[in-house]
Design a protein around this ligand. Structure first.
Ligand code: HAM
Length: 435
């Protein structure tokens, strides 16, 4: 009889055991050497967001599939082709979040966060999942840092968000990016634009890919975002020519505000986002070189989304940046893992036993101390101290135990001083301060 182990039949399971299991294609380990850059980006983002009055929110990495289908749009590439969707053991359709906005808006509605403030400002960071074709800068699990401001319709909210995005990249030392801005109008003016676009696309219809032929009927705006056909639409009608009065005024105020504050940007009337929830102001921060993965951060206004997923009619705006892409543009040469201030080379079990309380006391005081618990030879321990990059090494061997005096070596200058083992913690604290 065939036995089933998890999802695998037993023979597959046994075969799998012979091989080394590797990470899934398109996902990456973030290793200790990478972490200082990640922690730096996260710390800078948190500081700036909090200065602008945003509070952190953490929402689940999986939600009901319906949430993403309804908010991102059923005819988008993300929902049609890229979501990790499965049935859980209760038979419910679940999706690993492909982006952060939908979950944050769901939480905003579920916890009635709108009851406490007229403008709720939230930020988040964490992994997102999209089954895209992996390549440099495009992963199947990637990280976003994002913000959502829920409640404000005024163009000054848009300006605030864009200034904050600009400051974030300046603080990260990332230059050479262009902020592209566009307006996608609202439900009032979108219909007229849709008609103009359909009239334009009609002629081209037989030459379009199968997806676009279908989307022509269901969601013609999505055709402009097609990965296969996008280049064919360089002379298509643009939304900016079809904006209604209030949308036109809104966009003019955003443009004026950015200029006044000296935030560089260009209007890209062909900027279409890959998600359906956007209205009015939309934007992308792009690298100047050509290439498919050249968008580092992106976002926009979504004035209909809260209502669309069952909440009150509350507008919103936000953005998310791709952490891997942002880090690839940062100068990370000075962001190295912290080095220990002290390495203790204890020779023999007795010496190890003697130094352990010293190590705990120093660590308790915030001093980074490493040791080699096994008591290997002095030579190999000194090598280890070098590898750790310790500023000082304390040598405690048999002779030092007898004389109750250890040798403290400055690893850079090679200078050595004696340290009393009876008062080691206090002496080391003094000598290591600033190491
Ligand atoms: P998005 O444009 O789909 O927008 O993604 C935002 C950023 O996430 C992209 O600019 C890119 O840097 C990064 N990104 C997306 N897909 C991948 C991938 N497969 N691998 C690596 N990085 C990737 C959103 O997700 C919206 N929720 C943004 C938003 C927030 N709009 C309003 N509020």
């Amino acid at each position: 009889m065939t036995r089933v182990v998890g999802f695998l039949i037993e023979s597959e399971y046994d075969r799998g055991k012979q091989n080394v299991i590797q990470a899934i294609k398109g996902v990456k380990d973030i290793l200790p050497d990478d972490m200082p850059a990640w922690q730096h980006l996260e710390a800078v983002a948190r500081t700036i967001f909090e200065e602008y009055g945003f509070s952190e929110i953490r929402v689940p990495v999986f939600e009901y599939t319906d949430l993403f289908a309804r908010s991102i749009g059923v005819s988008t590439d993300i929902v049609e082709k890229e979501m990790y969707t499965f049935e859980d053991r209760d038979g419910r359709k679940i999706t690993l979040r492909p982006e952060g906005t939908a979950g944050v808006v769901r939480a905003f509605i579920e916890h009635k966060m709108y009851a406490d403030a007229s403008l709720v400002k939230l930020y988040y960071l964490g992994p997102m999942f999209r089954h895209e074709r992996p390549q440099k800068g495009r992963y199947r699990q990637f990280y976003q840092v994002g913000v959502e401001a829920l409640g404000g319709t005024h163009p000054h909210v848009d300006i605030d968000i864009l200034v904050m995005l600009h400051r974030l990249f300046a603080k990260l030392g990332i230059t050479g990016l262009t902020l592209q801005v566009n307006s996608l109008g609202d439900s009032q003016c979108r219909d007229a634009y849709r008609d103009a676009l359909k009239a334009y696309l009609k002629e081209k219809l037989p030459t379009l890919c199968a997806d676009c032929q279908r989307r022509y009927e269901t969601n013609p705006l999505r055709v402009l975002d097609c990965k296969v056909d996008a280049a064919k639409f360089s002379d298509s009608p643009i939304m900016l020519d079809h904006l209604c009065g209030p949308c036109k005024d809104h966009f003019a105020m955003v443009e004026g505000g950015l200029k006044k504050l000296g935030i560089p940007f260009v209007v890209n009337p062909r900027l279409v986002r890959g998600l359906d929830y956007y209205t009015r102001t939309t934007f992308e921060l792009v690298m100047d070189h050509e290439g498919a993965q050249n968008t580092v951060a992106a976002g926009g206004r979504y004035d209909g989304l809260v209502k669309e997923i069952g909440g009150p009619a509350i507008p919103g705006i936000g953005f998310a940046l791709g952490v891997e892409r942002a880090i690839s543009l940062m100068d990370t040469s000075r962001l190295k893992p912290a080095r220990p201030a002290l390495f203790i080379a204890a020779l023999g079990d007795e010496a190890v036993a003697l130094v352990m309380p010293v190590i705990h006391a120093l660590r308790n005081d915030g001093i980074r101390v490493e040791t080699d618990y096994g008591g290997a030879s002095l030579k190999s321990q000194m090598k280890k101290a070098d590898k750790y990059g310790a500023a000082f090494t304390l040598i405690v061997g048999e002779q030092e135990m007898q004389s109750r005096t250890a040798v403290l070596r400055n690893m850079a200058t090679k200078e050595q001083v004696a340290v009393s083992l009876d008062n080691a913690v206090e002496e080391l604290k003094t000598r290591l301060s600033g190491a």
